[in-house]
Design a protein around this ligand. Structure first.
Ligand code: FAD
Length: 474
């Protein structure tokens, strides 16, 4: 019987996995994961994603074993590992779902060529996005740079289709002998110092964890998504991003489940599907403008006079800026590896506009600390915030961290949760403690500059300085 290697990476799931499904139709299947972070160029997984990966691979192996298969783990150069495995198992085909990060895409093309020259059949499938990023084109055949027409084209173009049924795994598709597999613990993906307690308490990496999140979202939050999605003090979003990034659930599974829930299309479902489409748009941009991971899409921003401010960057990273909503977000990020989207926009605006620190520095910090760190979405999010990207918010629109806090965290509960030294302040002052009378601060144990920092910049002044800097490249 024919044997197929299934090379997994951004698709750590058993269900609705086209490469696995089609391999299993063909005969014996050997699912493989290869740890080769160097092949991702400068964008190998950061600390939080390594933690996730350790647990996700463990969960996938267990799930495959429960279904009569298993996950073979290898490390080193991907091509060498695949060649070794084809020799060890007698596999005559290698299947995988297409990866779109520029370095991986290029590597995969080279691997495919080399395997084909060995006489191995190679097939790739679309499993990580709803649409191939190259399939959606403007009327003149170019890529989109603006989201709304992209969304219109995407929804008009082709139906999403139903998720695939379970792959035919089990005794009939297991190889005669399983090749050697490395223990995931040998890769040292877990942190050696104890900073992952908040990750453990918050997340359940793996396919089951992903489906549980989706179910909970549909049962509890989808009904109010349009209004609640901007409230970091509430549980108004799905928190599916790390699961989607690691492919523990497919966007098609998410899309069809939300459509089935919203029997008649409703505003909440549409608002949510539009966010899933933002993810598609980010891959569309990354695919067509691969240099934007490091360079601004709008050329003129290459000359922007960013500040060289290591101290400012560190205060932002640690959540010690003196602006409560910014500090709450940065501490949430460090603690649980995730930050609410509204707050991501606020902290990114603060870094790039109040502190004039380059968006690339922010993107790097997010890369290391987010469990959902995703080259496409992170790049788009940072370029959007800095004003340098496609469909970005104009540079001169500068978020006010006080009014944003008062609007989206009106009672201050989000700040109280993540900045406990301010927890007792009344809501009138929670987003601007420096305006509180000294006696009141004393009463609640707050000493500005001691128990909590004074604002590191004056927002109004910083805004003027940012606008002046912008004049230099306008
Ligand atoms: P929900 O609101 O429940 O949305 C459902 C899904 O839609 C998300 O899981 C995500 O896959 C997708 N989505 C939602 N909003 C966006 C968006 N603005 N752009 C792209 N996809 C979106 N998202 C990442 O997945 N990885 C990143 O590295 C990342 N970096 C970001 C950096 C900045 C500066 C900004 C402003 C945004 C970034 N985002 C990133 C987008 C967004 O913040 C997260 O996708 C969202 O907060 C995930 O939470 P959720 O699953 O509860 O979202």
């Amino acid at each position: 019987m024919s044997t197929t290697l299934v090379w997994l990476s951004r698709d750590l799931r058993r269900l609705d996995n086209p490469a696995l499904y089609h391999a299993a139709q063909r005969g014996n299947v050997v699912p493989v994961y290869i740890w080769s972070p160097g092949e991702e160029g400068d964008w190998g997984p950061g600390g939080a994603r390594r933690w996730w990966l350790h647990h996700s691979l463990t969960a996938l192996d267990q799930d495959l074993r429960d279904h009569g298969s298993r996950l073979v783990l290898r490390s080193g150069k991907s091509l060498a590992a695949l060649r070794d495995l084809t020799a060890a198992t007698g596999a005559d085909a290698v299947y995988w779902n297409t990866r779109y990060e520029p370095a991986l895409h290029q590597r995969d093309e080279q691997v495919a060529e080399a395997l084909k020259s060995d006489g191995v059949e190679v097939k790739t499938f679309a499993g990580t996005l709803l649409h191939d990023p190259d399939a959606i084109r403007t009327g003149s055949g170019g890529p989109y740079k603006v989201y709304t027409p992209f969304w219109r084209k995407m929804t008009a173009q082709t139906a999403i289709g139903e998720p695939l049924g379970p792959p035919r795994l089990g005794e009939t598709s297991a190889p005669e002998a399983w090749p050697e597999s490395a223990p995931v613990a040998d890769w040292g993906l877990l942190p050696t110092i104890d900073w992952d307690g908040g990750l453990d308490d918050t997340w359940t990496p793996g396919e089951q964890g992903a489906h549980d999140r989706l179910e909970r979202f549909i049962a509890e939050a989808a009904i109010d998504y349009e209004d609640e999605r901007n409230r970091p003090d509430h549980h108004g979003t799905a928190m599916l991003s790390p699961h989607l990034h690691h492919g523990e659930i497919s966007p098609r599974q998410v899309w069809t489940a939300v459509e089935a829930w919203a029997t008649n299309s409703n505003a909440d479902a549409t608002a949510f599907l539009k966010e899933i489409a933002w993810r598609e748009f980010s891959y569309h941009l990354l695919y067509h403008f691969p240099a934007t991971t490091d360079a601004p899409l709008k050329d003129k921003f290459a000359a922007f006079p960013w500040a060289n401010d290591a101290d400012g960057l560190e205060r932002w990273q640690k959540g010690l800026t003196g602006y409560p909503i910014v500090d709450a977000g940065m501490r949430q990020l460090y603690h649980i590896g995730w930050m609410h989207n509204r707050v991501r926009m606020i902290v990114a605006s603060f870094l790039t506009k109040d502190l004039l620190i380059a968006w690339q520095d922010g993107a790097r910090w997010f890369w290391d600390t987010l469990v959902d760190a995703d080259l496409a979405s992170n790049t788009m999010g940072w370029q959007w915030a800095a004003g340098s990207g496609a469909d970005a918010q104009p540079f001169f629109r500068i978020f006010n961290p006080i009014s944003q806090g008062e609007r989206y965290d009106p009672n201050g509960d989000y700040v109280r949760r993540w900045v406990p030294e301010l927890a007792k302040l009344p809501k009138k002052y929670i987003h601007k403690p420096w305006e509180a009378p000294r006696a009141l601060l004393e009463q609640f144990g707050v000493v500005l500059g001691d128990t909590y920092p004074k604002p590191m910049v004056d927002h109004a002044e910083a805004r003027d300085i940012a606008l002046e800097a912008y004049q230099q490249i306008k």
